[in-house]
Write a protein of this length. Structure first.
Length: 200
């Protein structure tokens, strides 16, 4: 309790430190909410893909990988099926499918309209990293896996020069939107670009 009181006294004595602390906590909460949202979206997508197969995925299917992370282990044909479904949509790993009645293909307008489109059709650039990893694991084709990253090479020179945008419109021409230099987008593109070099 004394530690909390002294921390609060320290923050109230230094408004800049208090503001930075609140921003850091707020960012942490936002990232956690995003992670939960993406996790929910991916699990629903996976469940839909497996629905007709009679396959139930539980934590009994989980194991720790070499880095100690928990992974769901699925039969290879299921991995391939999921990768193939996603690959058919690879012109944009959208937050919701274009066929969905709630789909919004253009991120624009006032704050309310942008908020509606943000999780209802925008293509999230950071999702290309996990997709490239999954494709590489399923097919073992380094050249093909890297080919999915080619549009980002061109993107580096057309919006936030030298960086990767947070999101893109879900509809062609897939205009870059949101933050022009999104750290997790850059990180996933770089990680995915390096992964084929380390793949056995």
């Amino acid at each position: 309790m004394k530690t909390i009181k002294s921390a609060l006294r320290s923050l109230t004595a230094n408004p800049v430190k208090a503001t930075l602390t609140l921003l850091t906590v707020g960012l942490g909460v936002a990232v956690l909410i995003l992670a939960i949202s993406v996790s929910t979206f991916l699990s629903r997508t996976l469940s839909a893909a497996l629905e007709g197969e009679g396959i139930i995925i539980t934590f009994a299917n989980a194991q720790r990988n070499d880095q100690g992370d928990l992974e769901i282990v699925m039969p290879p044909q299921i991995d391939q099926g999921v990768v193939d479904i996603v690959r058919s949509e690879v012109d944009g790993l959208r937050s919701i499918a274009p066929e969905d009645p709630a789909y919004v293909g253009h991120y624009g307008g006032d704050q309310r309209l942008r908020d509606l489109a943000y999780h209802q059709g925008s293509a999230w650039s950071w999702l290309i990293g996990p997709f490239v990893s999954a494709h590489l694991r399923v097919y073992g084709d380094r050249e093909r896996a890297r080919s999915f990253l080619q549009p980002f090479i061109h993107h580096l020179a057309d919006h936030g020069v030298g960086s990767v945008s947070e999101i893109f419109d879900g509809d062609p021409p897939f205009t870059p939107r949101g933050c022009i230099a999104q750290a997790w987008s850059v990180a996933e593109v770089l990680r995915a670009w390096q992964e084929p070099l380390r793949f056995p």
